[in-house]
Design a protein around this ligand. Structure first.
Ligand code: C5P
Length: 224
């Protein structure tokens, strides 16, 4: 059977903590990749560390949300980091995501749909008229049109996305059984998310808070 693929969200400013996460997640049962978000990417030594990282699956979670020209030039600006994946908000618009895809080369471009920290109430607050599932379906259509390589959505929308988007579906909003949701609203356990059809997961605090080795062991048990 294929090993489950999970990106660990390295949400910290500490290079030492990232080194520890990488060391402790060296594992034969799960195919771990490493996701670097705005916190680490903007930290003093983050970029340099990533530039030296070898033989790991890397995910630059830039969540670009800007005009086409800026999205394109930002992706070009980090080409040297040779990320396997980079994210762009689908809300940047069709032109921006198409332009970004055109120049992303070997780096897989992931379209981020509605954040997992939002719910229908939050969408209303922002001013969207569509409900969550309809909006994510609409965004998945855009990702298909722009031939993106992957979509990030919550595990609750996997089935909806699958109707229209046939490539990778990556889901954050994952919690080990009994763990606190924190700021996330749409969450599931790793097992549920894979059963729903996720091709890979993003997991942060459930793995990186407290004892990382024990957390990974819990994850392995839950996935059985
Ligand atoms: O700690 P937790 O597992 O909630 O972390 C989730 C990670 O996934 C964070 O790094 C967050 O930035 C990212 N993410 C998310 N929801 C999205 C896209 C990315 O939580 N829709």
């Amino acid at each position: 059977m294929k090993k489950p693929k999970i990106f660990i969200a390295c949400d910290t400013t500490s290079v030492n903590k990232v080194k520890r996460i990488i060391r402790l997640s060296n594992n034969s049962q799960i195919n771990f990749g490493y996701k670097f978000g705005l916190e680490f990417l903007n930290s003093k030594n983050g970029r340099k560390f990533i530039s030296k990282l070898k033989n790991k699956i890397t995910f630059g979670d830039y969540k670009l949300s800007d005009i086409p020209n800026t999205c394109v030039s930002s992706i070009k600006a980090v080409k040297d980091l040779k990320f396997n994946y980079i994210t762009i908000h689908l809300n940047s618009g069709l032109k921006a995501i198409k332009a970004a895809k055109k120049i992303s080369g070997k780096t897989k471009l992931i379209g981020v749909s509605v954040l997992t920290s939002l719910n229908n109430q939050s969408l209303k607050e922002i001013g969207f008229n569509k409900n969550l599932k309809k909006l994510v379906f609409h965004q998945a259509k855009l990702a298909t049109k722009a031939r993106l390589d992957a979509i990030v959505c919550s595990p609750e929308e996997i089935q909806v996305v699958k109707k229209i988007f046939k490539k990778e579906i990556i889901t954050p909003g994952i919690r080990l059984q009994g763990d606190k949701k924190g700021d996330q609203k749409r969450v599931m356990t790793p097992k549920q998310a894979f059963q729903n059809g996720a091709t890979s997961l993003v997991m942060g605090r459930s793995l990186t808070n407290g004892n990382i080795k024990n957390n990974i062991q819990r994850l392995i048990e839950e996935l059985k």
